[in-house]
Each structure stands twice: as structure tokens, then as C-alpha cells.
Design a protein. Structure first.
Length: 249
């Protein structure tokens, strides 16, 4: 595959293009990291796998992080990239993990408001409610070795900028899901974000949104990015979901 990079507003956007096949469509991938950590090796590996096995172009915007970036600024930037990719490559999907799941879903809602329903949005252990108010979170917290609510609340407060925590640009769970394109959601039960994933799926389905939901007992936050058997199975689910829609006639 070929990797290209360009800058937009001083921030890089990487593009992965498979070279052993004719790519169709594209995926814009928003990486996780709690809105405070840069892209990691596992994000690159998943993006490369998507590009190769879905035979599609994958764009990775490297967005400003807290305390330099905010939800509204990044949502606008990612939405513009999706529109650009649609014009250049054809059918374009969104995908993201953890904090990138929040960015992805908030962006999908913003694009829907502009009359664009995406073929699919893939959400891996997404952060969808930055108020951390789900009453089931304290039940799950003792089983989660990775994420902690206190730190999440600090980062969420920085990420929201001048928006309320219940603004869909910050917490997409509070948005209106009517007219949203299909969702693919993956979550593990040992993840403090798992209770909100259930609320997301229920609300989306109630609004008539097609949702493919994968929940694996005992799995951790962003388990699809991990080098495990369950992670490999989840990556096959992700690739299949994206490949199906970008190559659909």
C-alpha cells in the first residue's frame, strides 16, 4: 500500500491506499486516545488492515488534542474530510475507537443534519456520553483495568470547550438519531463505556437506525485493537462491515 500525507490547518491527514487492487470508496478513521493521546501503533495496524482487506482508501486525520483542540472544532474538520472523500473516492464511511468513536458518531450526526447519511459508521468501544452519568457505570468500573471515571471526567470537561456536556457534538448519545445511516457497534463487558453502548444501540434502533451490535463477555475497552483471538475476530467483523458497503453497487 501507499501512504501519503498532507496538511490541513497545520495538522496532518494521512491516506492509506491499497496498491494490489483497485480501491473503491473510502473510510475516514478517527483514532482514540482519550482526546489527549496521539495515534498509536494499533490504530495504524487496523487502518492498514481495513485498507488492504476492504480494498478501500483509509484517511486518518491527526486532530488537535486537549488542551489545544475541542469537540466542535474536530467534528467540523472530520465532517469536511468525509465530504471531500465522497467527492474524490465515492462511498465514504466513518470509523473510530473510544474517543474516536465519539468523534465519529458526532460527525455522523452533523453530516446527517446536512443531508448526508453515511453507508455505515463503525464504533469500537465508543465514548458516547461524556457526562459519565449512566447509573450502571459504577457496577462495571471495578472490572475495568484500563479506564477510570475520574480521569475521563477531567478530559471530557476539557474536550467540550464552550459546549454543554449534553450537546450532541460532545456527547452524541443525546442527539436525535432519526435518519442516521447504519451503525456497527463493538464493545466488551469489562469496559466502563459498555453501559452507554447499550443505551446507544437501544436509542438508535428505536429511531429506526439499522444497528449491528457485537458484545463479548469479559473483553476490555477497545478489544478489537488488541493482539488476541477475540480481537482478530472483531477486526474481521469491522472489515466485513466496511467492505460490504463501500463495494456495494
Amino acid at each position: 500500500m501507499r501512504i501519503d500525507v498532507r496538511t490541513d490547518g497545520g495538522r496532518p491527514i494521512y491516506t492509506i491506499t491499497p496498491t494490489l487492487s483497485s480501491p473503491v470508496g473510502s473510510v475516514v478513521y478517527a483514532h482514540g486516545g482519550g482526546w489527549v493521546n496521539e495515534i498509536a501503533l494499533q490504530h495504524w495496524q487496523l487502518a492498514a488492515q481495513i485498507a488492504a482487506e476492504s480494498a478501500t482508501v483509509v484517511s486518518l486525520p491527526i486532530s488537535p488534542l486537549v488542551p489545544f483542540g475541542t469537540a466542535a472544532e474536530v467534528t467540523e474538520r472530520v465532517a469536511a474530510l468525509v465530504v471531500e472523500n465522497r467527492e474524490r473516492y465515492g462511498p465514504t464511511c466513518l470509523a473510530g475507537d473510544s474517543a474516536g468513536g465519539q468523534i465519529g458518531l458526532s460527525t455522523a450526526l452533523a453530516l446527517r443534519d446536512d443531508g448526508i447519511a453515511l453507508p455505515v459508521t463503525v464504533l469500537i468501544s465508543p465514548a458516547v456520553d461524556l457526562s459519565w452519568s449512566n447509573p450502571r457505570i459504577p457496577e462495571v468500573q471495578p472490572t475495568d483495568p484500563w479506564l477510570g471515571v475520574p480521569g475521563g471526567q477531567v478530559l471530557s470537561d476539557l474536550w467540550r470547550g464552550d459546549r454543554e456536556l449534553t450537546d450532541p457534538v460532545v456527547s452524541p448519545l443525546f442527539g436525535d438519531f432519526a435518519g442516521l445511516g447504519p451503525l456497527t457497534v463493538l464493545t466488551g463487558t469489562r469496559d466502563v463505556l459498555n453501559p452507554d453502548a447499550h443505551l446507544l444501540v437501544a436509542k438508535a434502533r428505536a429511531a429506526g437506525v439499522e444497528v449491528a451490535f457485537t458484545e463479548i463477555a469479559g473483553q476490555l475497552h477497545v478489544y478489537p485493537l488488541l493482539p488476541t483471538r477475540e480481537g482478530a475476530r472483531a477486526r474481521r467483523v469491522i472489515v466485513a462491515a466496511l467492505r460490504e458497503v463501500v463495494r456495494r453497487p
